[in-house]
Design a protein around this ligand. Sequence first.
Ligand code: MV4
Length: 413
Amino acid sequence: SLFRTKADESYLIGRDKSPLGAYLDIDEIIKLAKAKAVDAIHPGYGFLAENAEFAAKCEKEGITFIGPSSSAMEALGDKIKSKIVANNAKVPTIPGIQKPIENDEQAKDFAKEAGYPVIIKASFGGGGRGMRVVNNEKELIEKLHSAKSEAKQAFGNDAIFIEKYLEKPKHIEVQILGDKFGNIVHLFERDCSIQRRHQKLIEEAPSFSLPYNIRKAMGEAAVTLAKAINYDSAGTLEFLVDKNNDFFFMEMNTRVQVEHTVTEMVTGVDIIKLQIKVAAGEKLNIAQDDVILYGHAIECRINAEDPENDFLPSPGVLTKYIVPGGNGIRVDSHSYQGYEISPYYDSMIGKLIAFGINREEAIAKMKRALSEYIIEGIDTTIPFHLEVFNNELYLEGKTSTNFIEENFSKKNN
Ligand code: MV4
């Protein structure tokens, strides 16, 4: 990876482990960190970024984990617990039962009262696993049981809960930053509605379709919740927003996310730099009033996938690789000509970010940059992105989490 060539020192970990095992080798990472007298570890946004065991081991060994405390991470890894925390802080959550489902009757009673459709979710779930949308009572029992066994299988915990299902919501997430002195600011929100099978493909900041008063209220709700748990690092609170612009807290991510870049572009705040500073015990050097939005930013995830073929992974060597540039274009990437995209990991080649004075200009710059991003040897999501930026509904801002399914499914599924 490109970043390794930029580091002063680098070491191989997990030589004899499997591709996943190598990245998850907590003990070897700690051992190496101690041998090299490492002060702090940044876990990135990958494998160990939300692993409370890893954070706890760093704490125990006196190595600063650049992220929240292991206890905050543990509490927020549980979706039922985090809903209860939100409710106690008077932050709205989706109507549902605030505890693990104990029997079929309980779920049946809730669904009857709330009305179908409802959704079953795994408390420790992710990536849509252990999740079931239930349209009527006939489906309920079977889906309860299959969700439970899928959750057990995938997450080693079969706690599931039930909520009212929101139709065609927007996925809006709020970036926050806290320090060890109780200061917390929000950096406003991102719209991440354009996803496919729970993989985000396009993210934007700020939200282009919500009025300012709603966005401000969401930011304040995020800070309220973060304060309630003494959160002291960078984090993201995910909300769903319904057709009436009512917003509901869903879950919190205790790491920096892939799409933090668009927030950096519209606030000028270097999120990673501040995350490192607060981990080192420094006070946040910005107050809420210092956070001023300017312009619009869009990120496209350029993946090694074939959008013409159901986004089938397309690993291989980048035989030609030329990145776009110019005013307002940012490329964050670990790739270079000759680099091989491995079949074992995430298929991302790079993140292409465009900044403009408004959404229209950001889109124009993005289209130009997409057409100038030259990648040969493998298939990429670039043609898909170009299509989105020519889609009328997208251009009008009429997107939801169902956007790809509704507009691209004939071709891709
Ligand atoms: C929902 C929902 C509608 N109603 N919950 C998907 C991932 C998981 N974190 C939560 N998800 C959803 N939860 C209720 N009560 C719709 C989704 C959902 C979704 C959410 C965000 C982005 C893309 C999505 C795609 C399908 C379903």
